[in-house]
Design a protein around this ligand. Structure first.
Ligand SMILES: NC(=O)c1ccc[n+]([C@@H]2O[C@H](COP(=O)([O-])OP(=O)(O)OC[C@H]3O[C@@H](n4cnc5c(N)ncnc54)[C@H](OP(=O)(O)O)[C@@H]3O)[C@@H](O)[C@H]2O)c1
Length: 255
């Protein structure tokens, strides 16, 4: 076991008799969730869920107190796992961080080796957390789409919520992977930016009318959105509303 400082700082979220509050506390490693891998934290992203958790405006934490931070990148300083070695650069996204186990806003953190992902040589820890859980979500969605048979030749992919965290990375990623990405956004002022990211076509969502009955009628499109939801559900154990919807291609690919 590497020698850790007796105490270190963590951003703790409490909900007790004194009320809901968050801030920097001095903690010991034994105050934190258990795990067979201990990391020295380098970076953690800031996700919309982190703000909801820290302020209590969203019901994110399922037990208290916990350390905030939905994701983390750092260097392994102790490990009893065969899969993860001291000195490895690793990350963890989602997987209950800052929901049921302590998250990344801490100088040290214990994690279960089954949620730890090795960082590729070409990605710095800072870059990994800049892309963050939104980037991981977009990447996992495309990964699962391709595992289900999606190919660039099947047709364009429409990205809804295009100007958001998941949407912008999805457009960039799809374009880099050879797909024709079409952006649906509520922000016409972001058309140029979305084109810069790779969108071949930008559509204002205010010009579209998607009644509920239309979604019900078009089983293929509904399946597309369910796919994106399933991607995240299967990969990280939670549900997204689905930022990537492979319209024409997915219908063709799954008929
Ligand atoms: N970020 C993550 O780590 C993560 C992880 C898992 C799941 N998710 C889920 O993925 C979805 C997108 O997350 P995000 O992080 O990209 O959020 P975000 O940055 O807040 O972006 C959401 C986008 O949705 C669009 N939008 C807002 N109000 C809308 C409305 N009334 N009707 C249709 N579109 C609307 C907006 O884009 P336009 O103006 O361009 O349309 C907005 O930028 C969310 O459902 C989230 O829960 C996110």
């Amino acid at each position: 076991m590497a020698s850790l400082p007796a105490t270190f700082r963590a951003f703790r979220i409490h909900d007790d008799a004194e009320g809901y509050r968050s801030g920097i506390d001095e903690v010991t490693i034994d105050d934190l969730s258990e795990g067979d891998v201990t990391i020295q934290v380098a970076w953690s992203g800031i996700n919309f869920k982190d703000a909801l958790a820290a302020t209590g405006k969203g019901k994110i934490l399922r037990r208290h107190p916990l350390t905030g931070g939905i994701d983390v990148a750092g260097i392994v300083v102790d490990s009893s796992s065969d899969q993860v070695k001291v000195g490895d650069r690793v990350l963890a996204n989602g997987s209950g961080l800052s929901e049921v186990r302590d998250g990344g806003y801490s100088e040290y953190l214990r994690l279960s080796s089954d949620i730890v992902v090795p960082l590729p040589e070409t990605l710095s820890m800072r870059e990994a957390m800049g892309l963050g859980t939104a980037g991981f979500t977009a990447a996992m969605s495309l990964y699962r789409m391709e595992a289900c048979g999606q190919k660039p030749g099947m047709g364009p992919i429409v990205v809804t919520g295009a100007s958001g965290g998941v949407g912008t990375i999805a457009i960039n990623l799809l374009t880099a992977a050879g797909y024709e990405a079409h952006a649906i956004t509520g922000k016409v002022e972001e058309f140029d930016w979305l084109e810069h990211l790779g969108a071949r076509q930008c559509i204002s969502r205010h010009d579209l009318h998607w009644g509920k009955s239309r979604w019900k009628r078009r089983a293929g499109l509904a399946a597309s959105t369910a796919l994106a939801a399933t991607c995240w559900l299967e990969s990280a154990g939670r549900l997204t509303s689905g930022a990537i919807s492979p319209v024409a291609g997915w219908q063709a690919g799954t008929a």
